[in-house]
Design a protein around this ligand. Structure first.
Ligand code: MTE
Ligand code: MO
Length: 526
């Protein structure tokens, strides 16, 4: 008995690698067929990873995995999986058994992630198909990868050893890899069958019964570098826990009001759309925004007052928070006292800037509570509003964040220099500093600007729109050529000054705590 020849290392590695891609492609295809993107093992593992981000870096996770682009995580996962695949191949140069066991283990990890991330037992069909594709591809390629031992008569023309075997292996690998890519792409296409675009288009322009007052001229200085007063929906900052934007149709959407209420109610999107719609100009902010950061935007939100909806259901006296449940599995809790303090300004929104919400901002419905950070106020893709005590722990509270007063604070006074930008070289002569300040709920009454170690000077404020919105400022001066530092600080409507001390996101004390500190920019005058 001779032992079978060892597989060449490259073929072994390729075998494992392609088996892994085949498994992922098939999983994605079946998830697409099922219309359950979260059943795709690749996304499920990514989301499970986000869920397990340790406490110390969760703020990092919110900021970086929460924004529009999550390539870092997805690319990192792809690289790790490629290496795992190659490793699996290399353990199986003599026999296919170790690799098969490894493929099955990877498959089980994927299935567990899907089980955790996706509801319904049918979602497990995706990892099951993945496993079958992975094992099948691995065994098939492993067989093709065996070098053929050809006995050649002495003196005869020899084909290069293994050339026939190599051709068959290369062909098999290419077919398997292409199949995997086509399956994966098919999965993406199928998941799009939920035609959100058509559903949004069907809604058309949203005209409020009670429009917001028009934005007065002079409310922003975009020509000087501030953002426009109203942020176009496509530029509105985005923060959420998802790798894939939930794809929901308005036609299928319902909102239930449950928990500590006299009569639970259920409303369809159409029910809500046909109520009198109000429009409010509101500036939203994320608690994870650093000093000078971009997670602040303003829109004309259109919807119905949340408190009107709650009145219909009848909130019981001992309820403490309103817990929003979302189609992505996310939950957040708004303290009822803080919600009530906003009167009829808090809303269940179905539109932004006269259009249906964009999918990434919660289409078809979300909540907006002015004056509070997003993580305690702004449930996107909301499908249930539950009245509860603080015993119910929403998503971030479960992960160690504060969910009730006094830990839940109103948005802190902040100001940001939009122009000049850091290390910008500005022409000599007159220079203008322009920026944005916000303290939703109290409004901004004053902004001061300081150059180098000079005295503070009052900046000119843009016209106030309402206390729930940001307020732009500007100041023009002449400076000597050379390097300068400009600093700004704002005061709220009660004349309270913005806190000077830098509070970074990761710090002792309540978590999360919005950032504080005065922003300084260094620039050069030519
Ligand atoms: N369903 C859902 N809603 C959510 C979140 C989320 O992860 N999932 N994140 C919250 C956070 S932390 C913020 S700051 C706001 C951001 O809303 P935007 O992306 O529309 O700006 O959404 C909130 N609502
Ligand atoms: Mo946030």
């Amino acid at each position: 008995m001779t032992t079978p020849p060892r597989l060449p290392a490259v073929r072994a590695a390729a075998t494992g690698f392609i088996a892994v891609i085949a498994a992922l492609g098939m999983g994605h295809l079946v998830a697409g067929l099922l219309l359950l993107p979260s059943a795709s093992p690749f996304f499920a593992v990514g989301n499970a990873f986000i869920d397990r981000t340790p406490t110390s870096v969760k703020n990092f996770a919110v900021e970086n995995f929460g924004t529009n682009d999550k390539p870092a995580l997805l690319i990192g996962m792809a690289v790790v999986l490629a290496l795992v695949g190659m490793g699996i191949g290399l353990t199986s140069r003599r026999s296919a058994v170790p690799g098969m066991i490894a493929v099955v283990i990877v498959g089980i990890v994927g299935a567990l992630a899907v089980h955790e991330q996706s509801t319904g037992s049918s979602s497990l069909l995706a990892p099951a198909a993945s496993l079958v594709a992975g094992v099948g591809t691995f065994l098939g390629l492993h067989r093709l990868a065996q070098p053929r031992v050809t006995t050649v008569e002495p003196g005869a023309d020899q084909p290069p050893v293994g050339s026939l075997g190599r051709r068959r292996f290369v062909l098999g690998s290419v077919v398997a890899a292409l199949g995997a890519l086509v399956a994966g792409a098919g999965g993406f296409a199928l998941a799009r069958r939920v035609d959100v675009t058509a559903s949004r288009r069907g809604i058309g322009e949203l005209i409020p019964t009670t429009p917001a007052p028009p934005i007065p001229p002079g409310a922003a200085f975009p020509e000087l570098g501030t953002p426009p007063f109203i942020t176009p929906a496509a530029d509105f900052y985005r923060i959420d826990i998802n790798l894939e934007v939930p794809q929901l149709r308005a036609e299928d959407a319902t909102l239930r009001i449950t928990g500590m209420v006299d009569t639970p109610i259920e409303l369809t999107f159409d029910d809500i759309r046909s109520m009198p719609l109000v429009e409010k100009t509101i500036t939203m902010t994320c608690v994870s925004n650093e000093v000078g950061g971009p997670y602040v935007s303003t829109a004309n939100f259109i919807g119905v007052p949340l408190l009107d909806l709650l009145d219909r259901a009848g909130v019981q006296g001992d309820a403490q928070q309103l817990v929003g449940h979302s189609a992505d599995g996310f939950t957040l809790g708004t303290p009822l006292d803080l919600l009530r303090a906003t009167g009829r300004d808090a809303m269940l929104a179905i539109g932004m800037n006269r259009e249906a919400l964009l999918p990434e901002h919660g289409f078809p419905m979300r909540t907006v509570v002015p004056g509070l950070y997003g993580y305690v106020s702004a449930t996107k893709w909301v499908n249930e509003l539950e009245l509860a005590t603080y015993d119910v722990k929403p998503y971030w509270v479960e992960r160690g964040w504060d969910g009730q007063p006094p830990g839940v604070v109103p948005i802190k006074i902040s100001s940001r220099i939009d122009s000049p930008s850091s290390f910008q070289q500005v022409p000599g002569g007159e220079i203008t500093v322009a920026g944005t300040a916000w303290a939703q709920g109290r409004g901004i009454s004053r902004v001061e600007v300081r150059f180098d170690k000079e005295d503070w000077r009052p900046a000119e404020l843009a016209t106030e729109v309402n206390p729930y919105t940001w307020r732009m400022f500007r100041l023009t001066t002449t400076l000597a050529p050379g390097q300068h530092t400009v600093t700004c600080r704002a005061y709220d409507g009660a004349n309270v000054m913005q806190v000077q001390d830098r509070l970074r996101l990761i710090n002792p004390g309540p978590v999360p705590d919005g950032s504080t500190g005065w922003q300084s920019i260094v620039f050069t005058v030519a």
